[in-house]
Each structure stands twice: as structure tokens, then as C-alpha cells.
Design a protein around this ligand. Structure first.
Ligand SMILES: Cc1cc2nc3c(=O)[nH]c(=O)nc-3n(C[C@H](O)[C@H](O)[C@H](O)COP(=O)(O)OP(=O)(O)OC[C@H]3O[C@@H](n4cnc5c(N)ncnc54)[C@H](O)[C@@H]3O)c2cc1C
Length: 450
């Protein structure tokens, strides 16, 4: 029971890893009331978005309805609404439905949005940060193969050129999965289209893919992708994106209808409407105990926060950080309700890992980042994703079945779901002619091989 004789009310904004983990931890205590607000009716499991985009998993495999997850907890109210502002002094949040909700504790965990770093033409890109993004990208890939099959001349207009911007985990994983799709299901579905007609390029300003990993992981990743025909363009960025082309920082142009944006993230737009101090990436700066200075009952978690780490920097934007933030904040709130002090956030580092393509992954496990490549790294990748799923639900059967199929069979069955496909206007790019000559040069220089 709280000071005013009522159960304390915890208002959580965002049902991602961080918000869900607070809600799940506190839901067990029926002397706490919880309101969980998310603009989507489901939790989206972001680390598997690219599997949906590349037809390896279906959308329901990675989207878990919030209401269903809390149906056995009468102390949890789930609201589907977008929070449009926060008043940390009044301890209220206001939604796009006009409702203002007050809490004894506010937990802000609204996650990230893509950062386009002011590159013009972001409306022509395919970011990969939500389930809608993944479905939109899948629809585009399938539509392009259908279109190229109907009219092979479209290949010369860049129909099967896939540009991946950013050589971090998102860009690397999506490029590898796309290559698997093209050389697997697409080669079977469209036997008349040569798989080598499709080209995948990764652009990154830096000198290596998967920069946070070791040098041997960099060269392993580059080797695996290049063997798969993926063309690495390191030390180069994208200057501008048009409806049918991209302009590269060296002034050249490539024709493409699919520019996948994995170029960086920043805090979700709500951060700017929270009245709280923003730092790097627009994220809200918090203290080591995850509260905002001057607001002891306002917690900011996960990708939405800059959280000081013991090495003097901040924790990375990772699912495992967000999940553990949520568990920590739940304990801190319990302690505060009981009038007990609680310390700074402590992170159990599980390591970092990325899947490159079928049968190839890199992992640096545990605090000392013990390095692994290949199948054993894939097993570690599977394990960490199963761990992340426990933050959302008790069982992860569909995912584990998929993982098991993925290692034990040549290819998993593909989900070639064509919903959301929309017709492409092939005459909408006024740069096509100029870009065409560069395209010609590119194709002479770099025939894709496998
Ligand atoms: C493609 C991709 C692959 C990734 N792979 C990995 C990986 O392999 N391993 C790993 O550890 N991490 C990975 N990450 C990072 C990981 O997904 C994030 O760090 C994690 O999701 C952050 O959790 P969060 O709860 O802070 O935010 P999110 O999971 O983004 O959740 C934020 C929630 O807030 C909701 N929301 C946002 N704004 C509002 C609003 N105004 N009102 C109401 N609701 C709102 C959103 O709908 C969402 O449900 C990946 C991320 C991406 C994009």
C-alpha cells in the first residue's frame, strides 16, 4: 500500500524489451498497478526483423500482442496509444487520444528511430526498425523479382540492385540474409532469372564491417559475404537517395529500387517532447540508477536513454541492456515503495554476436569477449536470442524450431507473403539516364558471383 492509501501506479511508455521487462517483473506484485502504453498492440522482437524482411520468419513469429501477454494480470492495464508528451513535474503522460495519465512512477522506454544524418531522400529508403518496415521491405523484394521476371529489361534499370547502408550488425545481417534469399528461394521461384543478375552492395564510411568486433571477425565477415557475392564498399557513404538511384560520396551513382537503411539510430521522437535533458543521439541522459537527475521517480530505459557505464562511456543500444534495465528498474521501484535504498544499474555482459548468413556467425562471448566463428557462434547467437525472448514470453517454441531447422537443414521453408506489395512507378526517377551510364560501368567492373 502506498502513502495515499492506494496501490502505487507505475506508468510505462513503450512495450519493447525494456518496458515489457519492467511490466513483467512488477505484474507479479498485485499491490502495484501498472499501465503499459504502446503505439502498437504488440511487442516487436527487433533482432529478428530482418528474418521477416527476407522471408525466413512470418510476422506473427516475432510480434507478441501485449494484451495477451498480460491477460492473467488484472493489475496491468494495456493501452494502445501514442504518447505525445510527458510532464515529469506533474508525473503525467498525454496520448494522441487526448488522455492524460498520472503515475507515482514514470518509466519511459520508447526506443529508437532511424537516424538519416540529414541525407536527402530518406522517404525512398527502407529502414528496418519496426514490423511494418520489415513487411514493407519483404513486399518490395518480392515485387521486384516479380517485375524483373515479367520484364527482364528492368534489371538494367536497377530492379535487382540492393543497396545496404551501414555495415553494423543490422546492415551485415540483412545483407547476408538477402543473399541467402536470392540464392535460395528466389533462385527456385524464378529459375529463368539468373541469381547473379541480383547485386547486393554494403556501404559504410568506416574501414570494417561489424566495427565493435575484433579484427579477425572483421576479415571473417568480409570473406563470408564476398564469397556470397556481396560487394563491400567501405570508406564510402551515401550522399542522396532518389526514387530509383543512390548517389555515392565519390560522386558515382547506382540504380536501385531498394535502399535498406541501417545507417544509425537516434531516440524516438518522444524524447524531444519529454522536457528531460537530451544527450548523444537525442537520448535522455540518466544517472547510474536509471533515474533522471531531479526526478527520482522518473526512470528512462533501454535505447531511449544514455546510461553511464563503469568505463566512463555509456551502455550500447542492445536488447540485453534494455531487458536488464527493465528488471533493474522494477526492483528499484519495489525498493522505493518499501522505503529502501537501491544502487546503480549493474550489467551482466553476455557478449556481442551477429549472424552473417546460413551457417556463418561471429560471437564474442561473456565479459572477456571470447571469440567464436561459424556454427558454434550460431549456437551462441541462438542462445542469446532465446534469452532475449524470455523477457517477453515464457516460451520461444517457434523461434527455437526455426533455429533448429536453420542449422539442421539446407534452407528453412520460406514465407513468400506478397501482402502489401505495391506497384513501382518505373518512370519516376529523373536521374535514371545519368545513372544508367554508371550502372553500365559498375556491371562491367563487378560481376556478382557466388
Ligand atoms: C534490426 C535490428 C536488429 C537488432 N539486433 C539485435 C541483436 O541481435 N541483439 C541485441 O541485443 N539487440 C539487437 N537490436 C537492438 C535491440 O532491438 C534494441 O536495443 C532494443 O529493442 C531496445 O529495447 P527498448 O525497449 O529500449 O526499445 P524498443 O524495443 O524499440 O521498444 C520501444 C517501444 O516503444 C514504443 N513506442 C515508441 N514511441 C512511442 C510513443 N510515443 N508512444 C507509445 N509507444 C511508443 C514502440 O512501439 C516500441 O514497442 C537490434 C535492433 C534492430 C533495429
Amino acid at each position: 500500500m502506498h502513502r495515499n492509501g492506494q496501490n502505487p501506479h507505475v506508468v510505462i511508455v513503450g512495450g519493447g524489451f525494456a518496458g515489457m521487462s519492467v511490466a513483467r517483473s512488477l505484474a507479479k506484485h498485485d499491490d502495484v498497478n501498472i499501465t503499459l502504453i504502446d503505439k502498437n498492440p504488440y511487442h516487436q522482437f527487433q533482432p529478428l526483423l530482418y528474418q521477416v524482411a527476407t522471408c525466413q520468419l512470418a510476422s506473427p513469429d516475432i510480434a507478441f500482442p501485449h494484451r495477451r501477454l498480460f491477460r492473467k494480470h488484472p493489475n496491468v492495464v494495456v493501452k494502445q496509444a501514442e504518447v505525445t508528451s510527458v510532464d515529469p513535474r506533474a508525473m503525467t503522460v498525454t496520448t494522441n487520444t487526448g488522455e492524460t495519465i498520472q503515475g507515482d512512477y514514470l518509466v519511459l522506454a520508447a526506443g529508437s528511430q532511424p537516424n538519416f544524418f540529414r541525407v536527402p531522400g530518406d522517404e525512398h529508403t527502407f529502414p528496418l526498425y519496426s514490423l511494418q518496415d520489415a513487411e514493407r521491405l519483404r513486399a518490395r523484394i518480392l515485387e521486384l523479382f516479380d517485375a524483373a521476371d515479367r520484364d527482364p529489361k528492368l534489371i538494367d534499370e536497377g530492379a535487382l540492385n540492393f543497396i545496404v547502408v551501414g555495415g553494423g550488425a543490422t546492415g551485415t545481417e540483412v545483407a547476408g540474409a538477402l543473399s541467402d534469399l536470392i540464392h535460395g528461394a528466389m533462385a527456385n521461384e524464378y529459375p529463368h532469372l539468373s541469381a547473379s543478375a541480383a547485386r547486393i552492395y554494403i556501404f559504410d564510411h568506416g574501414t570494417a564491417l561489424l566495427a565493435p568486433f575484433s579484427e579477425s571477425a572483421h576479415s571473417y565477415t568480409a570473406r563470408v559475404l564476398q564469397q556470397d557475392g556481396v560487394q563491400l564498399r567501405l570508406g564510402l557513404g551515401i550522399k542522396e537517395v532518389g526514387p530509383g538511384h543512390v548517389t555515392i560520396s565519390d560522386g558515382s551513382t547506382i540504380l536501385s529500387r531498394t535502399v535498406i537503411w541501417g545507417g544509425g539510430i537516434m531516440a524516438a521522437p518522444l524524447a524531444a517532447k519529454s522536457g528531460l535533458p537530451q544527450g548523444r543521439g537525442g537520448r535522455i541522459n540518466v544517472q547510474p540508477d536509471l533515474t533522471v537527475e531531479g526526478f527520482p521517480r522518473v526512470y528512462v530505459l533501454g535505447d531511449f536513454a544514455n546510461i553511464p557505464s563503469p568505463d566512463g562511456g555509456t551502455f550500447p543500444q542492445l536488447g540485453s541492456v534494455a531487458l536488464q534495465n527493465g528488471q533493474w528498474a522494477a526492483k528499484a521501484i519495489r525498493a522505493d515503495i518499501e522505503g529502501k535504498p537501491f544502487g546503480s544499474f549493474h550489467y551482466h555482459d553476455k557478449g556481442i554476436m551477429a549472424m552473417i548468413n546460413h551457417g556463418h556467425a561471429v560471437a564474442e562471448m561473456g565479459k572477456h569477449h571470447h571469440e567464436m566463428h561459424g556454427h558454434i557462434a550460431f549456437a551462441a547467437w541462438l542462445g542469446i536470442h532465446a534469452y532475449l525472448m524470455t523477457g517477453v514470453r515464457d516460451r520461444s517454441d517457434a523461434f527455437m524450431d526455426w533455429g533448429w531447422d536453420y542449422v539442421s537443414k539446407d534452407r528453412t521453408s520460406q514465407k513468400l507473403d506478397r501482402s502489401n506489395t505495391s506497384k513501382i512507378n518505373w518512370g519516376d526517377d529523373d536521374q535514371v539516364e545519368a545513372a544508367d551510364s554508371q550502372q553500365q560501368k559498375e556491371s562491367e567492373l563487378q560481376p556478382a558471383s557466388r
